[in-house]
Design a binder for this molecule. Structure first.
Ligand SMILES: [Zn+2]
Length: 273
């Protein structure tokens, strides 16, 4: 098994003997530009083992008791997002900080028998019954993300979930991760202000609704097909969007409320940079 944090430093040195070595201070490790939030689908012990002995890793783990562990330094590339894309970044591990949260996600065969399932919540449009995030753990995640926002100047739409960057392949951190509270209580990440007038975006006519949804999802950052019809890839992208921004119904359909939220998000955040 390989651990990202113990990769021998020699790997980063040229092996040719006839290369002159000059010095400069004008260099650095990478600068994180995005934050990807995950849950581990396991308990503390198994999550920690999995993230330290591989074949994956993350920059941070927020444990079930709300304590925070750093696994890979911010300046190094952890292995957490897999095949993923967001806002045109082709290799998200290289530009993001990965934050794993200990938790099972949803009720299923991966959950040990002694775990209390009574708290799980059924979300309309989802096949699963989801575990809420304990308040103390959420407070620790918020504290960590606030530190990233201030230290690395991470822009609101670049705080995302694994499901946002890998729709159809990943569902973490799931529809109960409190993105709205993160924005409203801590000023972290993006959230639509539906009271504002739209400046740049027009709502579509009835016959163009689906193509419009696909285009606007792509504008916002999602890897969504541009087919004009509702096939698997588009359903997955809409569902990922709903898990983040309209978690009361995550059926993957482009309804009027979903389109309105999407229009406001694109209007507020797409034209900034
Ligand atoms: Zn994940």
């Amino acid at each position: 098994m390989v651990s990202a944090s113990t990769t021998p430093i020699d790997q980063f040195q040229v092996t040719l003997s006839d290369v002159e070595e000059l010095k400069t201070d004008n260099c650095s490790l990478r600068k994180p530009q995005a934050v990807i939030v995950h849950y581990t689908a396991g308990g503390d012990k198994s999550s920690q083992d999995w993230l330290t002995t591989g074949p994956v890793s993350a920059n941070y783990l927020v444990k079930g008791d709300a304590t925070i562990a750093q696994i890979v330094p911010d300046g190094k590339r952890a292995w957490h997002s897999g095949r993923a894309s967001w806002r045109g970044f082709p290799d998200l591990n290289s530009v993001s900080l990965g934050v794993e949260i200990t938790g099972y996600g949803y009720k299923g065969p991966h959950v040990p028998e002694d775990v209390d399932l009574s708290q799980c919540v059924v979300i309309p449009g989802s096949d699963h019954s989801w575990f809420p995030f304990p308040e103390e753990q959420f407070q620790s995640v918020s504290k960590l993300l606030l530190d990233f926002r201030d230290r690395w100047k991470i822009k609101p739409p670049l705080f995302v979930g694994h499901s946002d960057v890998a729709p159809g392949r990943k569902v973490d951190p799931g529809p109960l991760f409190p993105w709205e509270r993160l924005h409203k209580e801590f000023g972290i990440g993006a959230w639509p202000d539906l009271e504002k007038d739209l400046q740049h975006i027009e709502m579509p006519s009835a016959e163009k609704e689906l193509k419009w949804t696909q285009l606007r999802l792509r504008d916002y950052g999602y890897d969504c097909p541009l087919t004009g019809v509702l096939e698997g890839g588009t359903t997955s992208a809409i569902q990922a969007f709903q898990m983040h921004f309209r978690p009361k119904l995550i059926d993957g359909k482009s309804d009027a409320e979903t389109r309105l939220i999407l229009a406001h998000l694109v209007d507020q955040y797409h034209y900034e940079d």
